[in-house]
Design a protein. Structure first.
Length: 337
């Protein structure tokens, strides 16, 4: 998906005479379409989240396939990450441990300090702190690749934080904001086994069956499939959001502004904290920190949870989906090369 500087080169359409003898590679072929989707990933994500919001039947249609979509997304993301580089980061345990501790422990404390300092002690303040306890989004490696950053470290930290969140989030949420998330450790670990473990096994099987050379050749098409799976996930989580926006526009817009502030604020704070590790890694760490997996909380929180906390988690999808579109020009200027 990327050139040496991390940015995909423009799509070159060959003349008709050259493409006519290449079966399966015509302009309208599925592979070409997926490759184009990968290059337009940021725009498609931005359009997709608003399509889910303003076309309620579309959101309702995909509401019940969110978990399956996330599992498929994880499988494809794992296929596009170089295992050698992943193991290379695992041989740097201090870096992985520092990033994990920052995301799961330090960020919630920062969010709590901001909430208390600004008087956000109600549902919005609680939701902001709880969102900061979340693990890195499953789509983080794909988003990192979309903006030309480090997908390998994003994958490692996303997986590690997902596995640790049952042990870190409940005591932090209860201790800082006095809110019992009522997370079932057994239920959450079962979900993790399906959303992380099963895709990992499937990706390993596919990699062994087709070989690294084939995966490299169809890699851009796989990236395009990742984009569309994220778009479908965005459709599903927008179910019911437009109706609520019409009923409480002021609260919804205020919550949306807070979601963006929380996402970009954690992004900037993390990038600055890890600046000594190098610009490329610190920028990837910032993107990881800002984009958290709220879908996991929406799945495990009980029905008795304050409705506005759940609404805030849904609003967090907007900065998540729009960040590749909004931040790609920024990263293009900041990243090395």
């Amino acid at each position: 998906m990327r050139s040496e500087d991390g940015v995909r080169t423009p799509w070159h359409i060959e003349p008709e005479a050259k493409t006519s003898n290449r079966p399966g590679r015509s302009i309208l072929s599925p592979l070409r379409f997926l490759e184009w989707s990968a290059r337009q990933g940021g725009t498609l994500l931005a359009v997709g989240i608003f399509a889910g919001l303003f076309i309620p039947p579309l959101a309702a249609l995909f509401r019940d396939v969110v978990t399956i979509t996330v599992a498929g997304l994880m499988t494809l993301v794992l296929l596009r990450v170089d295992p050698a580089q992943v193991f290379g980061y695992l041989r740097r345990p201090m870096l992985v441990a520092a990033l994990t501790a920052w995301l799961l422990l330090i960020c919630p404390l920062l969010a709590y300090a901001v909430a208390m300092g600004t008087g956000l002690d109600g549902p919005l303040g609680a939701a902001l702190v709880i969102s900061a306890t979340g693990c890195a989004a499953t789509s983080s490696p794909a988003f990192a690749r979309l903006v030309g950053l480090d997908g390998e470290i994003s994958l490692v930290v996303a997986v590690v934080t997902t596995l640790l969140i049952p042990f870190t989030a409940p005591p932090l949420a209860l201790g800082l904001m006095g809110i019992d998330l009522a997370i079932s450790l057994t239920g959450l670990m079962t979900r993790l086994a399906l959303v992380v473990g099963l895709p990992l096994l499937i990706s390993i099987a596919i990699r062994r069956a087709v070989g690294a050379a084939t995966l490299n050749r169809v890699g851009p098409a796989v990236d395009g499939a990742v984009v569309w799976l994220v778009v479908l996930y965005g459709f599903g989580v927008m179910d019911g959001m437009l109706a609520r926006l019409m009923v409480e526009p002021a609260w919804m817009l205020g919550g949306l502004a807070l979601a963006f502030a929380g996402n970009f604020g954690l992004n900037i704070a993390t990038a600055l904290a890890f600046a000594p590790a190098g610009k490329r890694l610190s920028l990837a760490a910032g993107l990881l920190s800002g984009n958290r997996n709220m879908a996991l909380y929406l799945a495990v929180l009980p029905a008795a949870t304050d409705e506005r906390i759940l609404l805030f988690f849904a609003l967090c999808q907007f900065p998540l989906f729009l960040s590749p579109f909004l931040l790609r020009p920024v990263y293009a200027r900041l990243r090395p090369g």
